[in-house]
Ligand binder design. Structure first.
Ligand code: RTP
Ligand code: MG
Length: 194
């Protein structure tokens, strides 16, 4: 069946592939081997992004405030949990930055306390999520953004957000089991989308 938006329903299974099979830290967080796992959302899939409140954001009691921003924007929460993985998980999560001088400090900071892992869904959730976060360096972040409003140092910038749809899918697969993502229909759907 094809919905009025042109989206096929039920949508094609999303097949995730990950090199995380042999990584014990990823195995511990996700609880099973992730390769070639498929799930079929019940509603037409919208873009999803991985948002993670870093240890400073959790310690400073910013979870509620940050979640409120995404919720009131109109995005739909489809997954959430607290986790406190070891450095290996963050080495994987930030693998693309492994050549940077700040990598060691970044991994230590990220693994220094609990993080709040979330998946938010909606049209353009990845790009909009990045705008809501603000620039990497809080000094460059506009007031009104999360980093612009709540932090000062780049090494304590409170929150992570996926920077592309591709990395969002990779990060969601890294941090969540398919059954931890809830496919539900919001009663606000027709008040958020025309
Ligand atoms: P994130 O991945 O955490 O959402 O941050 P981002 O895309 O805005 O920035 P990225 O370049 O991916 O850097 C990841 C995190 O590394 C820390 N960082 N420190 N000392 C430095 O110059 C520096 N640059 C980046 C920040 O915590 C940044 O969010
Ligand atoms: Mg990044």
């Amino acid at each position: 069946m094809v919905c009025k938006t042109g989206v096929k329903y039920p949508s094609e299974p999303i097949v995730f592939q990950s090199s995380a099979d042999s990584d014990p830290e990823v195995y511990r967080i996700r609880g099973f081997k992730p390769s070639k796992t498929a799930f079929v959302p019940k509603t037409p899939a919208r873009e999803r992004t991985y948002i993670m409140i870093k240890p400073d954001g959790v310690q400073r009691g910013l979870i509620g405030t940050i979640m409120e921003r995404f919720e009131t924007k109109g995005f739909k929460l489809v997954g959430m949990k607290l986790a406190q993985p070891g450095k290996a998980m963050f080495e994987k999560h930030y693998a693309d930055l492994s050549g940077k001088g700040f990598f060691k400090g970044l991994v230590e900071y990220a693994a220094s306390g609990p993080v709040c892992c979330m998946v938010w869904e909606g049209t353009n959730a990845v790009k909009t999520g990045r705008k809501m976060l603000g620039a990497t360096k809080p000094f460059d972040s506009e007031p009104g953004t999360i980093r612009g409003d709540f932090c000062i140092d780049v090494g304590r910038n409170v929150i992570h957000g996926s920077d592309s749809v591709e990395s969002a899918n990779h990060e969601i697969n890294l941090w969540f089991k398919p059954e931890e993502l809830v496919d539900w229909e919001s009663h606000s759907e027709s008040w958020v989308y025309e």
